[in-house]
Ligand binder design. Structure first.
Ligand SMILES: Nc1ncnc2c1ncn2[C@@H]1O[C@H](COP(=O)(O)OP(=O)(O)OP(=O)(O)O)[C@@H](O)[C@H]1O
Ligand SMILES: [Mg+2]
Length: 320
């Protein structure tokens, strides 16, 4: 697989359950080695989209292809994907190694090959030391890792993960996110990843689709979607004696400036722009003018979790 090569193309996917339109006109492409986040309030259609793309249900309208295989060949697609569904049951009385070896044999491997493969995948997801424990004794985080190891059995070109970090503690979430990143970066698979954790999506995903009542309300590269809201925001912390000078300099530029009453020396800076490409130049200009005025800069950050702001404004008024 070449980086950037399209591993998934969806065209105008729609799904109607009885009278309810759960998904309307979903179109996107996913490149090899990229991570795509599906976001949306409860009931937005994320799981429905994943169920269609993993050939569990047939869409009412539209089509898609995975690794060049058309949705009219669901069997062919299943050979090339790995899926971690929203909830996955495990046999508590088996060990992780038995479980994965058993599934590995479905891929036409001998028992020995399948066992070796299971061992290597279990160590890849950080369960190497616990492969002989009963799954019934596993924590939720360990089960999710085991589920991810299962998705990798067939060396998939696209991996679908429906809320993989749900219910995990912060460290567990972070470790799982690192595993997901490795699936994309080292294996070169495309990853489709549903989550309600916006900061997590913002940090891990290359691309994002925000769904609302079955409709796409925003899509594109994460940095473009977050920039689209218009306001470019930064915060600067300067050595407190320089605050007045820093505010004077910034106000004489085009920025809207406010002091943070909680933190001495911290200044919030905002500038309305519609063009995400201008962000870098604006940041340089801001720093140049402060340095030219001799202001002692302690820290400089882009405002965090812009995705949350975009998400809340685009999905406003929707009961969850
Ligand atoms: N099998 C089904 N039969 C009827 N309606 C369904 C079915 N599955 C989903 N729906 C409806 O389709 C809509 C989309 O549901 P879906 O499960 O795709 O949402 P979601 O974005 O995954 O939500 P969540 O964040 O809660 O997981 C909802 O209104 C849901 O009630
Ligand atoms: Mg869901």
């Amino acid at each position: 697989m070449q980086a950037g090569e399209k591993v998934l193309t969806a065209t105008q996917l729609g799904m109607t359950y009885g009278q309810r339109q759960a998904l309307r006109g979903l179109s996107f492409t996913l490149g090899a080695g990229r991570i795509l986040g599906f976001l949306g309030p409860n009931g937005a259609g994320k799981t429905t989209a994943i169920r269609i793309l993993t050939t569990i249900i047939e869409p009412t309208t539209g089509s898609f292809s995975v690794a060049g295989i058309d949705s009219s060949d669901p069997h062919g697609i299943r050979q090339r994907i790995g899926v971690l569904p929203e909830s996955l049951g495990f046999p508590g009385r088996n060990t992780a190694l038995e479980y994965l070896t058993y599934f590995g044999e479905h891929y036409g491997r001998s028992r020995t090959e399948s066992r070796d493969r299971a061992l290597s995948l279990l160590s890849e997801v950080g369960l190497g030391g616990r492969h002989s424990s009963l799954i019934g004794s596993y924590s939720r985080g360990m089960r999710q890792r085991l589920g991810i190891a299962r998705t990798l059995l067939g060396d998939p070109q696209v991996v679908f993960l429906d809320e993989p970090t749900l219910g995990l503690d912060p460290r567990g979430q972070q470790e799982l996110v690192q595993i997901i990143q490795r699936i994309a970066r080292e294996r070169g698979a495309g990853v489709v990843f549903c989550s309600h954790q916006l900061a997590e999506v913002e940090s891990v995903c290359d691309d994002v689709i925000i769904l609302n009542e079955g409709q796409v309300v925003a899509d594109g590269r994460v940095e473009d979607v977050t920039a689209r809201k218009g306001a470019v925001r930064f915060s600067v912390v300067v050595d407190p004696p320089y605050v007045d000078e820093a505010v004077r300099v910034l106000q004489s530029e085009r920025f809207t400036v406010s002091r943070d009453p909680q933190v001495d020396g911290r200044i919030e800076v905002e500038l309305g722009t519609e063009d995400p490409d201008q962000t870098l130049e604006i940041r340089r200009e801001l720093l140049r003018s402060l340095l030219a005025a001799g202001v002692d800069i302690v820290a400089f950050t882009n405002e965090a979790s812009r995705l949350e702001e975009v998400f809340l404004s685009l999905t406003e008024g929707v009961a969850s």
